[in-house]
Design a protein. Structure first.
Length: 550
């Protein structure tokens, strides 16, 4: 079946104008389908003759003009691959304990610019014992061998801010990048600038891995776990004879990610280039086109592993509070049982924990390089292998289009008040953007610290978050250039005591001790548990007025 041409002809070619056109034209779902949604004929579904030219390696070397707008014109000058080891999984409460990164050229050849460092752990952050078991890192080791947090993040910011850099990792967009954003925020560095200024961008190998497994798996060994495809980096490297060194060591993981990217590009170069083009939000929007509401292919870790995370989805609307978020419905799942539910019922099923049926609704963040593609990337063999029924998907799309109130209900489902916000400045990265004046003040403050000058204890910030962040920055540093007064030292101990005594997030001291005790019962972890227990004693001693000499 012929698909709509995904090019600038569907809207203004200028990227800013196209973005505004897209936002302005987010109209109702019924309007989107003013004409009946076409059903694909069997002949159209079975025909492979015109499918997938944008990603097949046997196609012409020049990109198909039909898909030109999907390919980013601002190709990166270099890639900077990086990986983190962290004290836990929540970037609001946990911290980076190790950073490793190195630069490659566009051919994925190492150029150097290697940065590998441990990062000191603040006294008010207790690591998750299970995370320490996985990484082998302890507070004593990183505090003994690591850089101060400020200096580490300054070095990271410098590496990632080189003009034309595309920052890459393995699941970095959903995990590592969030730790970097929170770290930059806490240290008065711009959390976002390195992601887009001077032609910079972000990318992620994990969704390329999933998409290759789903759409063009030939020539690569695909590991399984529990009878389902697995996309764990250490399993993939082992299955494909890639040297991984020591898994969960940051630098080993970086080199394994680079080798994985080389293999994927060698096996499926056009798919590699196609997904690289999706660094551009405009390219993503050309495919999603929520104002056009046509089904498309989407690959995500939140979709079933048995289909390698691939499904056919229907874009429905752009969130009011977040124009980078497009709400879609998974057409591979039956939405009928949820079609009559009201907003609160849908919200409860979608967001509440527990093992219960959930509606096939999700968000696609256009600024996170999502893998989306036209339906014609699905060859007949792919549809059969992945058990994708396009006829059923189009039929369900037509039914959904007839529900005049669906779009409004889904918008209301996602426009819920943010839950989990706590009154702790460390967690409030997304509580609002800084004013231009505060950004300038933050830049001057950074410069003072980097030069070893003593910054002002109380800067005249417009945003109340910044004064408290400055106090905490001074309190956490182990440097003589930012000393605390006796009164401030007492205030800091009291704040840490409250945080670790009745935590609103992260680990409290008692919960940490229980986790260490459980770890002590795991064979081979006794020595590690002993170190972590000693750290708990050090923290308790500091709270009682002692020092921290881990």
């Amino acid at each position: 079946m012929a698909q709509p041409e995904l090019s600038a002809s569907n809207g203004p070619s200028n990227s800013i104008a196209r973005r505004n056109w897209w936002l302005d034209s987010d109209i109702g779902l019924r309007t989107l389908y003013a004409s009946p949604c076409p059903r694909p004929s069997a002949k159209a579904i079975d025909s492979d003759s015109k499918r997938a030219k944008v990603i097949d390696r046997e196609s012409d070397k020049q990109p198909n003009p039909k898909y030109a707008s999907m390919i980013a014109t601002d190709a990166p000058r270099s890639f900077y691959f990086y990986d983190l080891e962290t004290s836990g999984i929540d970037p609001r409460w946990h911290r980076v304990m190790q950073f490793a990164g190195l630069r490659t050229n566009v051919d994925l050849e190492e150029l150097g610019d290697e940065l590998c460092t441990y990062v000191k752990l603040p006294i008010d952050v207790l690591p998750d014992p299970e995370s320490c078991r996985i990484t082998g890192l302890t507070p004593q080791r990183v505090n003994r061998e690591g850089m101060e947090e400020f200096e580490a993040f300054a070095a990271i910011d410098a590496a990632l801010s080189v003009a034309g850099t595309c920052t890459v990792g393995f699941n970095n967009l959903r995990f590592d990048d969030e730790f970097l954003r929170f770290g930059f925020y806490r240290h008065f560095m711009d959390p976002y600038a390195r992601e887009f200024r001077q032609g910079n961008s972000r990318w992620d190998v994990i969704d390329l891995l999933r998409a290759t497994a789903a759409l063009r798996p030939e020539g690569i060994s695909w590991p399984e776990q529990d009878g389902l495809p697995s996309f764990r980096l250490e399993l993939f490297t082992a299955a494909n004879a890639i040297d991984h060194g020591q898994a969960h060591d940051a630098l080993s993981d970086v080199r394994a990610t680079i080798a994985t990217a080389r293999l994927l590009r060698s096996a499926q170069p056009r798919l590699f280039d196609f997904y690289l083009g999706l660094r551009s939000k405009g390219a993503v929007l050309d495919i999603l086109k929520p104002a056009g509401g046509k089904p498309c292919v989407h690959v995500s870790g939140r979709l079933p592993r048995e289909r390698c995370g691939l499904s056919v989805v229907l874009p429905v609307a752009v969130r009011r509070q977040n124009p980078n978020s497009v709400i879609v419905i998974d057409l591979a799942r039956d939405f009928a049982p949820f079609a009559e539910l009201q907003v609160e019922e849908l919200r409860e099923l979608l967001f509440s924990p527990g093992d219960h049926p959930r509606p096939g609704i999700k968000e696609i963040r256009v600024n996170r390089c999502p893998f989306v593609a036209p339906l014609n990337v699905l060859r007949r063999v792919d549809q059969q292998r992945l058990d994708i029924d396009l006829a059923a998907a189009f039929a369900q799309a037509k039914v959904l289009a007839s529900d005049a109130g669906l779009r409004a209900r889904l918008l209301d489902v996602f426009e819920r008040p943010f839950e989990g916000e706590v009154d702790d400045v460390d967690t409030q990265l997304y509580a609002g953007f800084l004013s231009d004046a505060d950004r300038d003040r933050s830049a001057r403050l950074q410069g003072s610290i980097r030069r070893g000058e003593r910054p002002l204890e109380a800067a005249p910030f417009d945003d109340a978050r910044l004064a408290e962040l400055l106090f905490r920055l001074r309190a956490r540093r182990h440097c003589s250039d930012m000393p605390l007064t006796r009164e401030e030292q007492s205030r800091w101990r009291a704040e840490v005591a409250r945080k670790l005594g009745s935590p609103r997030g992260g680990l409290g001291l008692e919960e940490y001790r229980r986790g260490v005790a459980e770890l002590a019962g795991v064979s081979g972890s006794e020595e590690l548990a002993g170190e972590l227990s000693a750290h708990a004693d050090t923290v308790a001693d500091w709270l009682a007025g002692g020092t921290t000499d881990d």
